[in-house]
Write a protein that binds this ligand. Structure first.
Ligand SMILES: Nc1ncnc2c1ncn2[C@@H]1O[C@H](COP(=O)(O)OP(=O)(O)O)[C@@H](O)[C@H]1O
Ligand SMILES: [Mg+2]
Length: 350
C-alpha cells in the first residue's frame, strides 16, 4: 500500500494546482502515488522534499459494478463539510490545504497509516475497541448539534440532488425495486429521509472512512454532505457494525456493544429535537440500510456466504414490517436473531 508505482508523471494540471496554491515550488520534485481504496475519486499521496500531502479529485462515474453516476460538484461539498468540521473539531479531519472548485480537487495533509489506522481494518481484524465507537458517536453527535438549526449551513448544503443520486436512489429506491413486497415501506422511508432537513449530514460515516487517530477519530470522504436527516448518519454507521458482526463472529459481542455505545454517546448530543423522535427515525432506517447492503447498488464486499445475505434479508424484512422504537431495540432484535437456534443451513450465518 502507498508504494510508488510505475505511473506516468502527473497531469500538468495537478502539478499546476500545487504551485498555484504554494504547496510546491515551481520545478520542485514531487512523487505522485495513487492511493487505493476509493470508489468515487482519484486520490494521490504526494511526496515532496520533507513533507507529504494528499490530493483528491472526484470522478464522474463511481468505480462500482452497477451504473452509478454522481455530479462532480460533490468535491466542493466535501471540502465545505471538512471546513465546517475543522471549525468545530480541528482534529476530526485532516488539515485542509487548498481547494480548486473549477477543477474539482483539493489538497489536505497526508495522515500516515502507521499513526492513523483505518477503523474498518481494525474491526475486520478483530481489534474491536468500544472506546473508538464511543468517540465516533460523540463526534458525530457534536457535529450534528453544531449544525442543527443553522439556516446558513442549510442553504450552503442544499445538496438534495447529490444525496438523492448517492444515497436515496442507490440504497433505498434500488432496494425497493428489488423487494416489491417491501417497496411501499422503503419508498416512504426514502421520502421521509429526503424531506427531513435538520442538521448537516456527512453521508458516508462508514468505518472505511474513519481513521483511528491519536487524538480521536478522523473523518474522511464527505462527498455526500447534505443538510438533511441526522438519523441517516447514525443508522448508516451502526449498519456497518451490524454487518461486520456477521463476518467477525469471534468479536460479535464487542461489535454489538460498539454499536450500542456509539448510539448512546450520539444520542446524548441530541438537543435539536426530542431524542425519541430521532431514535425512531434511525431505528426504522437501519433495517432499510441493512437490506440495501445486500440488494441495493452497493453490496457488501466481505460477505462470502449466501447465508449472510439470507440472514440479513430475513432480519431486516421483519424489522421493516414492524419497526423498532430505538436503535437499542434493533440491536436486541439482531442479537436475538443471531443467537436463536435455527435449522442447520437456514438463516443463521457461520
Ligand atoms: N488525508 C489522507 N491521508 C492519508 N490517506 C488518505 C487521506 N485521505 C484519504 N486517504 C486514503 O484514501 C482512501 C480513500 O479516500 P476517500 O476520501 O475515502 O475516497 P473515496 O471517496 O474514493 O472513497 C482512504 O480510505 C484512505 O486510505
Ligand atoms: Mg471512502
Amino acid at each position: 500500500m502507498n508504494r510508488p508505482s510505475a505511473q506516468p508523471g502527473p497531469e500538468p494540471a495537478l502539478t499546476d494546482f500545487l504551485t498555484a496554491h504554494q504547496l510546491a515550488a515551481p520545478g520542485e520534485a514531487a512523487r505522485w502515488t495513487p492511493l487505493a481504496g476509493g470508489v468515487s475519486s482519484d486520490l494521490w499521496r504526494v511526496d515532496l522534499p520533507g513533507r507529504s500531502l494528499c490530493v483528491k479529485r472526484a470522478l464522474a462515474k463511481l468505480k462500482v459494478a452497477a451504473d452509478w453516476q454522481a455530479p462532480v460538484s460533490r468535491n466542493a461539498y466535501e471540502w465545505a463539510w471538512m471546513r465546517f468540521a475543522s471549525r468545530h473539531r480541528p482534529d476530526s479531519v485532516p488539515e485542509l490545504l487548498a481547494h480548486d472548485p473549477e477543477a474539482g480537487l483539493f489538497a489536505m495533509a497526508f495522515l500516515p497509516p502507521e499513526h492513523y489506522p483505518v477503523w474498518k481494518a481494525q474491526l475486520l481484524d478483530g481489534e474491536v475497541r468500544v472506546e473508538t465507537a464511543a468517540a465516533v458517536g460523540e463526534l458525530l453527535g457534536t457535529l450534528h448539534a453544531a449544525s442543527a438549526g443553522d439556516a446558513t449551513l442549510a442553504a450552503e448544503f442544499a445538496t438534495d440532488d447529490n444525496f438523492h443520486a448517492l444515497r436515496i436512489e442507490p440504497y433505498l429506491l434500488a432496494t425497493a425495486a428489488a423487494h416489491p413486497g417491501l417497496s411501499d415501506i422503503l419508498q416512504s422511508l426514502a421520502d421521509r429521509t429526503a424531506t427531513t432537513h435538520l442538521a448537516l449530514v456527512h453521508g458516508d460515516v462508514s468505518p472505511k472512512n474513519i481513521f483511528v487517530g491519536p487524538s480521536g477519530p478522523v473523518l474522511l470522504d464527505a462527498e455526500c454532505a447534505w443538510y438533511g436527516d441526522p438519523a441517516f448518519d447514525l443508522a448508516f454507521c451502526v449498519n456497518h457494525l451490524l454487518l461486520k458482526s456477521l463476518v467477525v463472529p469471534g468479536h460479535r459481542a464487542d461489535l454489538l456493544r460498539s454499536a450500542r455505545v456509539l448510539t448512546e454517546e450520539y444520542v446524548r448530543c441530541v438537543t435539536w429535537e426530542p431524542r425519541p423522535t430521532l431514535e425512531a427515525r434511525a431505528a426504522s432506517l437501519l433495517p432499510a440500510l441493512l437490506l440495501a447492503r445486500v440488494d441495493g447498488k452497493s453490496p457488501v464486499e466481505y460477505f462470502t456466504d449466501d447465508r449472510h445475505r439470507l440472514f440479513v434479508r430475513t432480519a431486516a424484512s421483519a424489522l421493516l414490517r414492524a419497526p423498532a422504537a430505538t436503535v437499542a431495540d434493533v440491536l436486541d432484535a439482531w442479537a436475538s436473531a443471531l443467537g436463536a437456534p435455527t435449522e442447520p443451513g437456514r438463516g443463521r450465518p457461520d
